[in-house]
Design a binder for this molecule. Structure first.
Ligand code: PEP
Ligand code: MN
Length: 287
């Protein structure tokens, strides 16, 4: 805790750490996020077919994921690209949850859709492009479901925390922050993974912080390295794109891992997570 942060993030008082409230543990579909155990959310960028989703759910669960991701409503850069299956996609997510026991995270794009998405999702994802859509944040807050808030691609940490404050101020304290890369002059990656933001958020905010190495990297070969870095920086978890046949994915195939690649990444993360767990056993000094 540091007064400097309180001043810098003065617009977000209810998401900052205090001596009385150093951390929020978010519970979603039986999974605790932010309690010291590392949580992995994984699945396809978009829900495409029943076979694709169920196969992915089974395989990511076997590799250690606790939450299934998959977009039914997709914010696509082009209006001609696949926009998601909508309600049909939500129903498939519900089936996958029933079949595997995984919790489900999926994006909600419109305030009017929030109650419907909340019927099928354990966590409502607010996408980067929607981070400052305050009507959507309010509608998501009112569903009572935990909210996974992705950092806007041109948003500062203060902007992200302001949006988190918006959700909390509407009566929903269960917000998970997500660093997914920001737009910079660098073009070798899809976005620039802001590792320091994870450290800042873990230092200043009481909310769990997860990393999305897939959208940060934009290329599957880079995903495991960014995931390791996120663990080392203190992230509470990951959200990763995985597809049965990444080269055939309807969206974000270049950055999606195959089952084998995901399994290898998860196994290779274990010693890093163990180191991190040992660190969190050291009691935090509260000034
Ligand atoms: C996604 O998770 O597939 C997505 C669209 O992410 P972002 O909002 O971070 O671009
Ligand atoms: Mn995607």
């Amino acid at each position: 805790m540091d007064d400097g942060w309180n001043e810098q993030f003065a617009d977000a008082p209810d998401v900052l750490k205090t001596a009385a409230h150093p951390k929020t543990v978010v519970w979603a579909g039986g999974v605790a996020i932010g309690d010291g155990r590392f949580v992995t959310m994984a699945g396809p960028c978009s829900v495409e077919t029943e076979g694709q989703l169920l196969e992915t759910a089974v395989r990511v669960a076997a590799a250690g994921a606790q939450v299934l991701r998959g977009g039914a409503f997709k914010p696509r850069t082009s209006p001609y690209a696949f926009q998601g299956l909508g309600l049909e996609g939500l129903k498939l997510l519900g089936k996958a949850r029933a079949a595997t026991g995984l919790a489900v995270v999926t994006e909600v794009m419109a305030a009017a859709d929030a109650p419907l998405v909340a019927e099928y999702a354990d966590i409502l994802q607010i996408g980067s492009r929607s981070m400052e859509n305050y009507a959507l944040l309010e509608a998501a807050a009112h569903t009572g479901r935990p909210v996974l808030l992705k950092r806007g691609m041109v948003a500062t940490v203060a902007d992200l925390l302001r949006s988190a404050q918006c959700v909390v101020s509407h009566g929903n304290p269960n917000v998970i922050l997500c660093e997914r890369g920001i737009r910079t002059f660098e073009t070798s990656t899809r976005n620039t993974f802001d590792l320091a933001a994870i450290a800042v958020l873990k230092e200043a905010a009481r909310l769990p912080v997860i990393a999305d190495p897939s959208h940060a990297a934009g290329r599957r070969a880079l995903v495991p390295a960014l995931a390791r870095a996120a663990v080392a920086a203190g992230a509470d978890g990951l959200i990763v794109e995985v597809h049965p046949h990444p080269e055939e994915a309807w969206s974000d195939g270049e950055q999606s891992l195959s089952f084998e690649e995901f399994g290898t990444m998860m196994a290779e993360l274990e010693p890093w997570c163990a180191l991190r767990a040992a660190q969190t056993l050291v009691p935090e000094v509260v000034a």
